[in-house]
Design a protein around this ligand. Structure first.
Ligand SMILES: [Zn+2]
Length: 265
């Protein structure tokens, strides 16, 4: 009888517990999703980041530009990364950006998106897909807009690349709840000299909001002007690993595929 009564109380207590919106998880059973993305084909991604992720059995998305030697001379290592479950994302052949935008003096006239045609951009992106497919054998991946640019010669190419990708990452510094993910311009949290505490605060906000949080890294301990200290990156990975029950830590292609399916329903 005592057992029965306490069981009943337990049942009532459980039924009366406040339900945190999305507690049962919009994101593959977890409240929030976290995607770690690394841009621009850097040696340091192969030398430091991939071992750090593999050690923790975490997956990342590497947005590869094909032209740099850190891609072209290390393809077998990228193939190995893909075999280990990391995504090889498309970040174009030559990393063209719109040279007419402010602070873009560094853009080479040869690879200035303001003088590209949409056709040329789409052809270069398509060829990059073929090259990446020859490395990882996969037909599905995501794209990352170079410099966040979505236009070639002042015309948007977003619609033209939609059939080529599951999704595309943009640079709008925000996170997205399920139902609000703009699949062909997915928000991302741009990392530049951040501390682990700042990055963890964003992850905790994503958890509160039940959102998808995408981190956008370039240099990790060097090799790029947009850099973050290696120890801060390591501390973020440790935090995420320790809180795996809270976050679905996955690749951009997996998160986009999942959001696409859920948002269609
Ligand atoms: Zn880039």
């Amino acid at each position: 009888m005592i057992f029965l009564r306490s069981g009943l109380y337990l049942l009532l207590a459980t039924l009366c517990l406040p339900v945190f919106a999305g507690e049962n998880g919009d994101w593959n059973g977890k409240r929030a999703a976290v995607v770690l993305t690394y841009d621009d084909s850097l040696n340091i991604h192969l030398d430091k980041v991939l071992p750090a992720l593999d050690q923790r059995e975490m997956k990342g998305t590497f947005y590869l530009t094909v032209n740099p030697t850190a891609f072209s001379s290390r393809m077998l290592e990228w193939r190995e990364a893909a075999k280990n479950g990391h995504e090889l994302g498309n970040h174009t052949l030559f990393h063209p950006c719109d040279g007419k935008k402010p602070n873009r003096e560094w853009v080479s006239p040869d690879y200035d998106l303001s003088t590209y045609s949409v056709k040329r951009m789409v052809e270069e992106i398509t060829l990059t897909n073929r090259i990446l497919e020859s490395v990882d054998g996969l037909e599905e991946r995501t794209y990352a807009y170079t410099c966040g640019d979505t236009e070639a010669g002042q015309a948007s190419f977003i619609k033209h690349i939609e059939p080529l990708f599951v999704g595309a990452r943009g640079v709008a510094n925000s996170m997205s709840k399920m139902g609000e993910v703009n699949l062909y311009n997915i928000n991302a949290f741009f990392i530049f000299n951040h501390t682990a505490a700042q990055m963890i605060a964003e992850a905790e906000r994503a958890y509160q909001e039940g959102a998808l949080l995408v981190y956008l890294f370039h240099g990790v301990g060097g090799e790029h002007n947009l850099n973050i200290a290696e120890k801060e990156h390591t501390a973020l990975l440790d935090y995420l690993k320790k809180n795996e029950d809270k976050y679905w830590i996955t690749t951009m292609v997996e998160a986009a595929r999942y959001a696409k399916k859920k948002q269609e329903n």
